[in-house]
Design a protein around this ligand. Structure first.
Ligand code: NAG
Ligand code: NAG
Ligand code: NAG
Ligand code: NAG
Ligand code: NAG
Ligand code: NAG
Length: 345
């Protein structure tokens, strides 16, 4: 099983890296917002999505090359609407001079001459460009680098970098806010501050972590191996703990004590094959177990053919809209066709 775990580790690391390289996705934006409405596509300034119940329920692009203005939820002419994903694209279309933020380098700013070209300027050492008032301000955080850049004006959203904190979005900027002492945690599912942390485990992981489970790694439990059998002529076998979807016992015989362990983050234990697999690859029926050991805000509910999903942070069960009734937990979207994963069968 050691070699098997290593392989999953490498794959999980790749997925994490890919996620970081792409920055925020529209699913990430929706997950932080309790309201309904449009958001911009962080990877394409022509694209938009529609959020509902913390889910991305539909998406498209503006027609005729128009650029989506996330703050006003409208499609505008490219010559007068800032392309949030490319300063060059903004200047190429701009017909009058303007300053623009340079997305991959906040110490710089861009200047559109109004003839299609772009020029660059530098903020002094330690300074960062703040496009909202067109000045260099003291760093180190980049004022443009917030999910509010792709979201409507005057809404409150969860801060994806600090679970339990919120941002107030205004003109593409996110002003961090503080919940009152008595209810210190912001819950993006309903937009309210509450006394309990909606994020279990560490501050970036919305799923419950193995450390919070009933068993600890290496713990020996008598009787745990009684119902197991080895696959083929293997000298040992693994048995599900039946209290979580991700925990299993290592067994050398049906009479020996079982040694508990957890699948690597992002995977769960599939008893039939005695391996750790993608949670979507089988139907784990442990009550409320599917959110365990995953870094996902939502998971399909067992036995609902993916018509229902669970909001992992709160445990609430929700449904996709009638137009896109199936929840695809791998891509974190509601879809019109039933996904082919075993969990949806
Ligand atoms: C911007 O482009 C649109 C469509 O191409 C055009 O009708 C409009 O006059 C342009 N505006 C300016 C200020 O150039
Ligand atoms: C646009 O204007 C700037 C400043 O006047 C000039 O340096 C640049 O060469 C011009 N670019 C084009 C494509 O005309
Ligand atoms: C900004 O700084 C970079 C690197 O420090 C330098 O190459 C560039 O010429 C500077 N640009 C201006 C307009 O000062
Ligand atoms: C400029 O932006 C900074 C950072 O967002 C803000 O603290 C400051 O108050 C703004 N200044 C003006 C004049 O709007
Ligand atoms: C979990 O349930 C399966 C199927 O009922 C059973 O074979 C296995 O022994 C159980 N595991 C434990 C630790 O009791
Ligand atoms: C379980 O094992 C079988 C036979 O090796 C394989 O075909 C199947 O894909 C495996 N299932 C999962 C979920 O890994």
């Amino acid at each position: 099983m050691g070699g098997f775990n290593m392989k999953i580790c490498a794959l999980a690391a790749c997925l994490l890296l890919a996620g970081h390289a792409a920055g925020y996705s529209m699913e990430d934006l929706c997950a932080q917002w309790s309201g309904s409405g449009y958001v911009g596509d962080p990877s394409d300034c022509h694209g938009w999505g529609y959020c509902q119940g913390q889910k991305l329920v539909s998406w498209n692009k503006c027609n005729n090359g128009l650029v989506f203005n996330a703050q006003t939820s409208t499609c505008g002419f490219a010559n007068s609407t800032i392309c949030t994903t490319s300063a060059e694209a903004t200047c190429k279309a701009a017909t009058s001079p303007m300053y623009v933020a340079v997305l991959n380098d906040c110490n710089k700013y861009g200047y559109c001459f109004g003839n299609g070209s772009i020029g660059y300027g530098n903020c002094t050492t330690g300074g960062v460009y703040a496009a909202n008032n067109n000045t260099c301000v003291w760093g180190p955080s980049c004022p443009q680098d917030t999910i509010c850049r792709f979201m409507k004006n005057d809404i409150f959203v969860g801060d994806p970098n600090t679970c339990g904190s919120y941002l107030q979005c205004n003109s593409g900027y996110g002003t961090p806010g503080q919940c009152p002492t008595k209810s210190p945690y912001f819950n993006p599912a309903n937009g309210y501050c509450q006394p309990t942390n909606p994020c279990t485990g560490d501050s970036s992981n919305s799923g419950s972590s193995p450390s919070g489970s009933i068993y600890s790694v290496g713990q020996e439990v008598a009787g745990a191996c009684a119902g197991g059998t080895a696959i083929g002529d293997a000298a040992y076998f693994y048995v599900a703990d039946n209290k979580t979807c991700y925990g299993y016992f290592y067994c050398t015989s049906t009479t020996a004590a079982g040694t508990w362990n957890s699948c690597v983050l992002g995977t769960q234990f599939y008893p039939t094959n005695q391996t750790c697999v993608s949670p979507a690859a089988f139907d784990c029926t442990v009550a409320n177990g599917r959110c365990g050991n995953v870094n996902s805000p939502f998971m399909a509910v067992s036995g609902t053919t993916c018509n229902e999903y669970q909001i992992c942070a709160s445990g609430t069960i929700a449904s996709c809209p009638a137009s896109n009734p199936y929840y695809d937990e791998v891509n974190n979207i509601c879809t019109s066709t039933k996904p082919a994963y075993a969990i949806c069968a």
